[in-house]
Design a protein around this ligand. Structure first.
Ligand code: CUA
Length: 322
């Protein structure tokens, strides 16, 4: 028993220590949140070791001999012990509360000098608007070392914004604006994940977040502006990858979505009116094997006329090619 116990203990300790349980902490907020997490975890480990140690000692020391059928001696509490085991947990829980509140205040305080990105969730895509530059993209670009306030909203149902490496997570709720701060500390590409069950395409509601240097960020903004200025089918293609690609497969746009019909198959031979109608009134004609009311019916409201026509123009051009 002792040998088995020791072997299991060693194996579990190795599993606990050797596996990186948390994703890398790549924002200043993540480092603070992880500190709280480990603070609580270490307290739990110490208490568990203490309780397990006392239990094992009692089993070993006070075990009844085989011929002993007596009841144990009656015991009527121990005031000193009760005071200790009430006071110690109370002190620990208070310490956890205070530490958490301090960190929550730190990561929620909007600094005077910060950027803003407006994040919009809709079934089943994220879009990011950069008000300073009047740019909208399907990619969240953040300059390294600078605090960005993400103002979250939703067009249809509740979604939830999360980048595991940044730790910060917040619901995007229709009708109100919520916000979180992110100060990335490492260049790289991350995945924005929707963590609120929001419909059939929930699992594919992902976007890319890129952390760039200051100059890389300026270049990225300039490139996005150029794409938007190009208009027509080029703008339509960008829009397609942002708004439609998580649900629809289309080789030309490089999208892999499998929630809705494969556009490489259903698009050829369709005219502009049909494409337009399918976007703004998706229930008008449902492709065989698919259900109505899966594709959001509000694209006529959420897209501008110019966006709609560039999307139709792009899809017409693509339909003609295949
Ligand atoms: Cu949006 Cu889940």
């Amino acid at each position: 028993m002792v040998l088995v116990g020791a072997a299991v203990g060693v194996a579990l300790a190795l599993v606990a220590v050797l596996i990186p349980w948390l994703p890398p902490a790549d924002s200043t907020e993540a480092i603070k949140i992880d500190d709280v997490y480990w603070f609580v975890t270490i307290i739990c480990i110490v208490i568990f070791a203490l309780v397990a140690g006392v239990s094992l000692y009692a089993v070993w020391k006070f075990r009844a001999p085989p011929d002993d059928t007596d009841d144990g001696a009656p015991i009527h509490g121990h005031t000193g012990l009760e005071i200790v085991w009430t006071a110690v947990p109370a002190a620990l829980v208070t310490a956890i509360t205070i530490y958490s509140a301090v960190v929550l205040h730190q990561i929620d305080t909007v600094p005077v000098d910060h950027r803003v990105v407006e994040v919009t969730g809709q079934q089943f895509a994220w879009s990011f608007h950069y008000p300073e530059d009047n740019v909208t993209s399907g990619v969240l670009a953040l300059p390294i070392g600078q605090t960005t306030e993400l103002k979250l909203s939703a067009k249809d149902v509740i979604h939830s914004f999360w980048v595991p490496e940044f730790r910060m997570k917040e619901d995007a709720v229709p009708g109100i604006t919520t916000n979180i701060l992110v100060t990335p500390t490492k260049e790289g590409t991350y995945t924005v994940i929707c963590t609120e069950l929001c419909g059939l395409g929930h699992a594919v509601m992902r976007a890319q977040a890129v952390v760039l240097t200051e100059s890389g960020y300026d270049k990225w903004i300039a490139a996005e502006k150029a794409k938007a200025a190009a208009g027509g089918s080029a703008a339509g293609k960008t829009l397609f990858t942002q708004q439609c690609g998580s649900c629809h497969m289309l080789a030309d746009a490089g999208t892999q979505g499998a929630v809705g019909p494969d556009l490489d198959k259903v698009l050829p031979g369709k005219n502009a009116d049909f494409i337009h109608e399918s976007i703004v009134n998706p229930n008008a004609e449902i492709a065989p094997g698919y259900q109505p009311d899966v594709m959001p019916g509000n694209f006529g409201d959420t897209l501008t006329d110019a966006q709609l026509s560039s999307l139709v123009e792009y899809l017409m051009k693509t339909a003609g090619k295949s």
